[in-house]
Design a protein around this ligand. Structure first.
Ligand code: SF4
Ligand code: SF4
Length: 182
């Protein structure tokens, strides 16, 4: 991974700051146990967390609120029109417990920042069209979070009660996994 990071700095695609941030994220992944180090029940729990992330993301679907919520905001949120809550520090959202859950589910660490991202825009996986990661590779808090505007939109849809149930299920599954794996 270090070789890849150095190559990308030399190619001019990443700044040193982005590469250093990615290096710290990789170090977090390396510090966590992998699925083979787990008993089968804990592995199944981690896989369930990953499945719930995908299911919740599909249930939320395409929404208007997230595409325009940052319009007119100051940086980092306002660097793009949408994704205001992604104007945050990468290592804040990728907390060690979230990284552990991703790794234990057998999901590889992200390979690069969002190709259409902007270093002033907060999380390095935030791009002009939203998050560049598949749902399983995102922290659970990114999937569970529903701000006031998004809630207002979703409450008007027939899928809101299912979304609420899935959010609670994902929170519970993550807590159970943390209890099993420390
Ligand atoms: S959850 Fe809210 S703040 Fe986050 S991207 Fe969607 S509308 Fe914007
Ligand atoms: S991982 Fe994706 S959803 Fe989470 S803060 Fe970063 S860009 Fe946003």
């Amino acid at each position: 991974m270090l070789v890849l990071v150095q190559h990308l700095i030399r190619s001019g695609r990443w700044s040193r700051a982005r590469a250093a941030e990615m290096g710290r994220l990789y170090a977090r992944f390396e510090a966590q146990p992998g699925p083979r180090e787990l008993e089968p029940a804990a592995r199944a729990e981690a896989e369930r967390v990953a499945r719930l992330k995908r299911t919740l993301s599909d249930a939320i679907g395409e929404v208007r609120a997230c595409a325009r919520c940052a319009k007119g905001c100051a940086a980092p949120s306002g660097v793009f029109d949408g994704g205001r809550c992604c104007g945050t520090a990468t290592l804040e959202v990728f907390a060690p417990s979230e990284v552990r859950a991703i790794k234990l589910a057998g999901i590889a660490p992200p390979s690069e920042p969002a190709p259409d991202g902007d270093e002033r825009g907060g999380c390095m996986f935030r791009g002009a069209r939203g998050c560049s990661l598949v749902p399983e590779a995102r922290p659970a808090k990114c999937l569970v979070y529903v701000c006031h505007e998004l809630r207002h939109e979703l409450e008007e849809t027939p899928r809101w009660s299912r979304i609420q149930a899935l959010r609670a299920e994902l929170d519970d599954a993550l807590a159970r996994l943390a209890a099993r794996t420390g």
